[in-house]
Design a protein around this ligand. Sequence first.
Ligand code: NDP
Length: 353
Amino acid sequence: MDYVYSPNAKRYDAMQYRRCGRSGLKLPAISLGLWHNFGSVDPFENAREMLHTAFDVGITHFDLANNYGPVYGSAEENFGRIFAKDFKRYRDELIISSKAGYDMWPGPYGEWGSKKYLIASCDQSLKRMGLEYVDIFYSHRPDPETPIEETVEALAQLVHNGKALYVGISSYSPKQTRAAFDAAKNLNITLLIHQPNYSMFDRWIEDAPVGEGLLNTLNELGMGSIVFAPLSQGLLTAKYLTGEIPSDSRAGRNDGFLNPSDVTPNRIVKARQLNEIAQNRGQKLSQMALSWVLCDERVTSALIGASRPAQIVENVEALKNLHFTQTELQQIDEILSTAENVHGSSVSPWHTN
Ligand code: NDP
């Protein structure tokens, strides 16, 4: 049975919106990504309900990429179907992003950072989603072989041709970020935002003991940050606390990016210890994990994923308590100081040096 979606009239009452760097754009403190659970292998009605639920609680930002699925491209196609049905009238209330950088189609022009790939991929994404433009288009990962100037030139061209309002980069190191920012400045374009991964289990963007941390760099350049996988793909939720892997969880399914071997004894112990602090704060572990990334004001938005609508509602409740006492922060640091580093594991293959 089809139905007509009518958004919650009070959708803007509880959400917080944060300015993205020194730009005019504000993003919701919690945004929704369509990496998992929106592909052609997933139930369409669940995907549709998750987007409705998100918009109803004030999530105005949906994040996609060319190859989200599986199969590649199918998350954008499904989003396009849902957009046409339910969100077309609300286009100006939405920030929709896409990216190109990882493998998308065969041959030498189907991945990395060439102008050839980025321009073609953005055109394909727009077609799949049925959009005239995306609000943000990203270079999804730095390309060690393509000159950064060429990648940035492609981003600038997308802006000049009206295909993207803003542009950003993802998983670039502080040094690469500066180089991209400078290249953009030379073309009179501002790089709006960086999308790095960040969670209690992977703190690589924080200020480094030696050298500069990514958050500092972004702050100095006036760029925003939207941090992805703040729940470490679900490891920072209650679902793995017993040590069992539920069959309907990301680690339990065989089409996701989290492996059963990522649910290690060390992480289970750490999650249990963190869960105790969360309970004392009156939060779920997942909510505390989100509050924790957002308590640094240099973080513009926490980019979550979800497999069901109720998770989105629960996660947004985190915004009711973003304050941590010094004691809580110290206890968390202490727990994390002996946590297994997710660098190099399949949980965190993203960032570069
Ligand atoms: P999260 O760390 O938020 O993990 C999301 C998963 O955690 C959900 O799919 C769900 O998995 C579980 N979960 C979420 N909320 C709850 C809850 N309240 N209780 C229990 N379990 C919960 O983020 P993702 O890894 O999904 O990444 C988020 C987005 O970031 C992506 O969609 C994408 O847009 C972006 N991203 C960008 C990358 C880049 O290179 N730029 C790389 C990766 C992601 P379950 O199935 O177990 O229920």
